[in-house]
Design a protein around this ligand. Structure first.
Ligand SMILES: [Mn+2]
Length: 453
């Protein structure tokens, strides 16, 4: 059990130190939680009438820390707590006023840190960086961003300290909790795209297939359009929602999906009544995806602007989401032609064509009807630096038969890269020129894990 009182006391110390700063530089991570937490700190400073600057970066390494020399006041958010980072910050930025707001594993140091791990709470599962920043400032207006950060770091359904934030937000009318379909796009996607782009869970026969989705809805008696406008799930009357939920359960049941998959269809959803309804910002999951799109497309300042409620930034973020969806669609189209059967696994070579941030999603969506569920899929893409990035995806059934992609990728990249992850989804990096070696090794390991002849 964590010690909440001591955690809150530390958060107050951090708030006081920030309160003494004049014009701090916020240095935050570029993913959804990093942007939500940086945006939350920025919003709190703005509410206090304080000036600030913000710098978003992909990693906090020696070079970045070195470049901050000369900054008088720095607030690190969503990183900075790593042992090596703390050491470097102490060594290089000793003359500056520095605080760290983070939720990754850490230890105490001379640097003042707000971090749930230091007080016995698991920052991996029950509090994000945005949630930690919330407890530093603890004002109702900041609840939304705290929940968006938790969604971005996959901490749903919210529990522990996240749950506490949720309760505080509910009390002030900032957030509502409902039980509904958890599929992405309830608010922002037209019904057909809502189903077509659903990758979690895979909807057999629907995911990736536009015509089949339209037919599925029509057979349930659901109108796709209202006049010229595509209808969205969130605005449907209750009885139509029930039809869709039952239809999806029946579909998964008939395809012998496992219990966990069927249960995952429905769960807690978090909505923000103060935000304009029908926009991405009114749903915690979609808000976090919008931030993710900003970070991934190198527009972190747009993400921060979204957190601050700036209209222009919100419009730009919507454009980035459209771009994201278009890339996903194009990636799917390419992949469904290019995916190859390598015997014990499928191989998708997306190098130079599919974005490295999308390759895993695209690979997983191939199970929507393009490939058989009897073997895993391994996909390759290039990252910004031109390095080979590998994503592996499998099915629960394959994992039950002994497949473990995390172990496989870790072993297959020994000496030629690095890899790891979960049994059902994992990633790796492979050195340039070592692709064939990797693919051969991967084949051997998959064969032995699955006892293929
Ligand atoms: Mn985080």
């Amino acid at each position: 059990m964590g010690d909440f009182e001591r955690f809150i006391k530390r958060c107050e110390e951090v708030r006081e130190m920030i309160g003494r700063m004049h014009s701090p530089l916020i240095v935050n991570h570029y993913d959804a939680d990093g942007l939500a937490s940086g945006g939350l700190v920025a919003k709190a400073l703005r509410m206090a009438g304080k000036e600030f600057r913000i710098m978003t970066t992909r990693k906090l390494d020696e070079g970045v820390i070195e470049s901050l020399k000369g900054e008088k006041e720095i607030i690190f958010v969503d990183f900075g707590g790593g042992a090596k980072q703390l050491e470097l910050v102490e060594e290089r930025l000793g003359k500056s006023d520095v605080v760290v707001i983070d939720h990754h594993q850490t230890k105490e140091s001379k640097i003042l840190q707000a971090n749930p791990h230091l007080f016995g709470f698991d920052g991996g599962s029950e509090l994000s960086a945005a949630g930690t920043a919330y407890f530093v400032f603890r004002q109702p207006e900041l609840v939304e961003l705290a929940i968006v950060g938790a969604m971005g770091d996959m901490q749903h359904p919210l529990k522990g300290l996240n749950r506490k934030i949720l309760e505080e937000g509910k009390k002030h009318g900032m957030v509502e909790v409902g039980l509904d379909l958890t599929l992405f796009g309830r608010v922002s996607r037209g019904l057909v795209w809502f189903l077509q782009y659903c990758s979690e869970p895979y909807l057999p026969g629907l995911t990736g297939k536009r015509a089949a989705c339209a037919q599925f809805l029509e057979e349930l008696g659901i109108e796709l359009k209202e006049g010229e406008r595509w209808r969205k799930y969130y605005e449907l009357p209750h009885d139509e929602k029930v039809k869709i939920v039952s239809g999806l359960v029946a579909l998964l049941y008939s395809r012998e999906a496992d219990d966990a998959t069927i249960k995952s269809l429905v769960g807690e959803v978090y909505t923000f009544p103060r935000q304009e309804q029908g926009t991405e910002l009114s749903d915690a999951n979609e808000f976090s995806t919008a931030l993710n799109a900003c970070g991934r497309h190198n527009r972190p300042e747009v993400g921060v602007g979204v957190c601050l409620g700036e209209k222009k930034a919100i419009e730009e973020a919507q454009e980035l989401l459209l771009l994201h969806r278009r890339q996903l669609r194009e990636g799917m189209e390419f992949a469904s032609q290019a995916v190859e059967d390598f015997g014990v696994y499928y191989f998708l070579d997306g190098r130079g064509i599919i974005d490295d941030g999308l390759i895993g999603v695209v690979a997983g969506m191939m199970y929507g009807g393009t490939i058989q569920r009897t073997k895993p899929i391994i996909a390759a893409a290039l990252n910004e630096e031109g390095q080979i990035k590998i994503s592996g995806r499998a099915t629960k059934k394959l994992c039950a038969q002994g497949l473990n992609l995390g172990k496989m990728l870790s072993k297959a990249t020994e000496g030629i890269g690095a890899g790891g992850g979960h049994n059902i989804a994992a990633g790796a990096q492979v050195e340039t020129g070592k692709m064939n070696e990797f693919l051969l090794g991967a084949g051997e390991i998959v064969t032995s894990q699955l006892n293929f002849p």
